[in-house]
Design a protein around this ligand. Structure first.
Ligand SMILES: [Zn+2]
Length: 206
């Protein structure tokens, strides 16, 4: 990588951990998703919370750990062989990194969970699920302290007529959900069993 060459030139030829990540990633044929997070972790190990180990060990351990987190696991043996680092060193060092990055890892897992939920919804919408009708009409506004009621705007949106807050509507086989702008579910209600898609109170007119 060109930025690797540049930093080699400026810091006297001692590559930092994050500068060694790319080559290991390439050799192990890991994804750019792993590359991005491994580089982020390695940079923090270089600059924010120095670990008293060789940069090559840190780079190998970060790659091992992030690949594991992202379901692209490579064995400690394979990573060690590629990076010329002992398996024992990787085993010890990746646990230090796991401790240091525990908050970030928890956040990543929440993101992944949210994305997985979204993918489930997207699959269903591509299948062409039925129009929700007015399924959120006259439901109580989920916002704290608002006594308003909701009105379904279209298949993807419901709005409170009083506070004018809007939520995204998604559903799966059994449940309708409203999401806030962070994609968090704020309220849910079951899809009517009888009709498999349209609402039980389908007589509501707009
Ligand atoms: Zn409201």
């Amino acid at each position: 990588m060109t930025d690797r060459d540049a930093s080699l030139a400026t810091d006297g030829g001692l590559p930092l951990a994050h500068e060694q990540v790319d080559e290991i990633i390439d050799d192990l044929n890991l994804s750019d998703d792993v590359r991005e997070t491994a580089t982020e972790f390695a940079k923090r190990a270089d600059y924010e919370h120095p670990i008293n180990r060789a940069p090559s060990t840190i780079a190998a351990s970060v790659v091992y750990y992030v690949a594991l987190l992202k379901n692209e696991e490579r064995s400690q043996k394979a990573v060690g062989y590629t990076a010329d680092v002992s398996e024992v060193a990787i085993r010890e060092c990746y646990q230090e990194i796991a401790d240091l990055e525990s908050d970030r890892v928890a956040e990543m897992q929440r993101e992944a969970h949210r994305e997985a939920r979204w993918e489930k919804f997207m699959d269903l919408s591509e299948d062409g699920w039925d129009d929700p009708g007015q399924c959120w009409d006259h439901e109580d506004c989920p916002r704290d302290g608002c006594d308003g009621e909701l009105q379904q705007q279209d298949r993807f949106n419901a709005m409170c007529l009083t506070c004018e807050n809007a939520w995204g509507h998604v559903r799966d086989q059994t449940t309708h959900y409203l999401q806030n702008e962070d994609g968090e579910i704020v309220v849910e209600k079951p899809v009517a069993a009888a009709d498999g898609g349209t609402e039980p109170d389908g007589g509501v007119d707009r």
